[in-house]
Write a protein that binds this ligand. Structure first.
Ligand code: SF4
Length: 575
């Protein structure tokens, strides 16, 4: 492969339980991750299909640079029609499966159909000898950590896994897809949008990827590529490294900015910020062990914290800002240790911590349980795992439990819970939530700039959405914050031909167009590009004056492409 690009793909038919290898189409040559997932869904999935039916298409697409020596570049996108939103969904995860697939020469796995017997479980094996579907009943019902431990009894230690927990097997709309990290732990999740339920509907309990001792992929222009990656790494390490103590380090500043939602978003600040802030986690490393690590090989950011319990035993990783907010402050839970327990439970059962935190907060807000009841929240996680009526209602997400409780305050967009970053102080981010085909998703285009002038909201949101779509297609982690220009340089040296920054920006924009087109086909209209009443009528901050008051006209402007500006090329993924 003179251009360094892998040229195979895997097709899986779960109706017949067969897997085959095909050439990767030339028309998708420079597409990876999120952009590739969107293109496949546009070309091969009826947007009107039933999300948990045979017609939905589950895509597992590593980024273009996954499996190379470019730093922090090995992420994988999981895509499909979301059972949570009814629209297109891409959720992105670290861990090693993306890199291992690319090292084996595979650009994507496309899974279609579903087995006649919904009780049966299967696995997909991918290694140097080929691809095949195998029986998976032995892993049925296992929580993610136990499933991976059992998988490592069968597969080599060099293998990585993509798995679902009981929530995915029960096809709950808050179910995640887990990827194993460098240590083989299922701690990295493509969490949002219920894609674990889509995997569950296809009877696929796991994908085992073993690249053995295969080395990293080789670029077309080797010397320059390695030199650029080396210089890039040096420059990053000499810089501020804003995520060196993890995303949890932003808790305090988020609270100051009124974007640390408390008690189902009725306030933007929590009185418990001191016992939830990331510094408490970092302090625990000295006496309990744990610390910072990289969730996938070759990550130079190392934002993932490993949290130990009081006895020094591993508890969970990573305990993120979003989780501390949505399962902590938003539920009125004050202790980071309780949130760590809840995080581990979500990873075990296979659930999105954002959606689950939002759903538990709605249950509390509607009188189902006291805010701050950490033991009760943990009980609910066990109820979800065992499939009780309440457990299913919460495991199906914020809208599901909100409807069941007939509660008015349901902070979602297109059916998906609003993440920690609040659209009232951060209005440009609110435009992202309104316009993204994914619904409320901070990774689609986060702008943490409360002082941004209103006339710049729409353009800032659009540019951030383009930059993040490009980043999520490349395999780079958003926390590395590569610019479009830098992504273009890596592509150029890897494929050995000029890939311009304009091309990368156009690929990001085309990804957004594909996603919007899919949602149009699924029946979404302009009316869906809006925030819920509680974000427009109930404020946060001093005198509760911060409300989402952006007009429909400004929101709509974010979907009409602005002329490319130099700023777009300098923009880093994530705010
Ligand atoms: S920056 Fe963090 S989330 Fe991203 S790949 Fe590295 S450890 Fe994983």
């Amino acid at each position: 492969m003179a251009d360094g690009l892998a040229d195979k793909m895997i097709r899986v038919d779960m109706t017949t339980q067969t897997a085959s290898v095909e050439p990767f189409p030339a028309k998708w040559r420079l597409l990876g991750g999120r952009a590739l997932s969107a293109r496949i869904l546009i070309e091969e999935c009826d947007p009107k299909c039933e999300p948990l039916g045979a017609g939905n298409v589950l895509v597992m697409a590593p980024g273009v640079m996954s499996g190379t020596s470019a730093p922090t570049s090995g992420r994988i996108s999981i895509g499909g029609k979301s059972p949570l939103t009814g629209g297109i969904k891409e959720a992105n995860a670290g861990g090693n499966p993306g890199q291992d697939l690319q090292k084996l020469g595979y650009r994507v796995i496309v899974v279609k159909g579903k087995p006649a017997d919904p009780k049966q479980r299967f696995g997909l094996e991918v290694d140097q000898s080929g691809v095949r579907i195998v029986a998976g009943d032995a892993y049925k019902g296992l929580w993610n950590y136990a499933a991976c431990e059992k998988l490592y009894e069968k597969y080599p230690q060099t293998a990585s896994f993509i798995t679902i927990g009981p929530a995915g097997e029960m096809q709950l709309s808050g179910a995640s897809v887990a990827c194993t990290d460098e240590k083989g732990r299922p701690a990295r999740h493509a969490a949002r949008g219920g894609l674990g339920a889509v995997m569950g509907s296809k009877g696929l309990k796991f994908v085992a990827v073993d690249a053995g001792k295969l080395s990293i992929r080789q670029p077309a222009v080797r010397k320059e590529f390695f030199a650029y990656a080396k210089d890039y790494t040096k420059a990053y390490q000499a810089g501020p490294q804003m995520f060196k103590t993890g995303t949890a380090s932003v808790v305090f500043i988020a609270n100051m900015l009124n974007t640390f939602p408390y008690k189902n978003r009725t306030e933007g600040q929590s009185p418990d910020v001191e016992t939830l802030r990331g510094e408490r986690i970092v302090e625990s490393f000295a006496t309990r062990g744990g610390g910072m690590h990289n969730c996938m090989s070759g990550c130079i950011v190392q934002c993932s914290n490993v949290v130990h319990d009081k006895d020094g035993n591993y508890k969970t990783s990573a305990l993120e800002f979003e989780t501390l907010t949505m399962l902590g402050a938003n539920c009125g839970i004050a202790s980071w240790e309780d949130v760590a327990d809840l995080d581990r439970l979500c990873d075990e059962v296979g659930l999105d911590t954002i959606e689950t935190g939002a759903a538990i907060a709605i249950f509390m807000d509607s009188g189902g349980m006291e805010f701050g009841d950490a033991a009760g929240a943990k009980r609910i996680l066990h109820e979800i795992a065992s499939g009780t009526e309440l457990g299913k209602a919460i495991g199906n997400g914020a809208v599901s439990i909100g409807k069941k409780r007939k509660h008015a305050r349901i902070p979602v967009v297109k059916g998906q819970a609003i993440p920690a970053w609040d659209p009232r102080p951060l209005k440009a981010t609110g435009i992202t939530y309104a316009t993204s085909a994914m619904g409320a998703d901070h990774t689609a285009g986060l702008i943490v700039n409360p002082g941004l002038p209103p006339e710049q909201f729409a353009q800032a949101s659009q540019e951030s959405q383009i930059a993040n779509a490009a980043c999520d297609s490349s395999g780079f982690c958003q926390f590395l914050q590569p610019t479009i220009e830098e992504i273009a340089k890596y592509y150029t040296m890897f494929v050995g031909e000029d890939v311009t920054r304009e091309q990368i920006a156009d690929m990001g924009w085309q990804c957004l167009l594909d996603e919007w087109k899919f949602n149009d086909g699924a029946g979404f209209t302009k009316a869906d590009d809006d925030l819920p009443a509680c974000m427009k009528e109930e404020g946060v901050g001093p005198n509760h004056a911060m409300k989402f008051d952006v007009s429909a006209e400004v929101i709509a402007a974010a979907k009409r492409r602005f002329a490319s500006r130099e700023e777009l090329f300098k923009l880093k993924a994530t705010g």
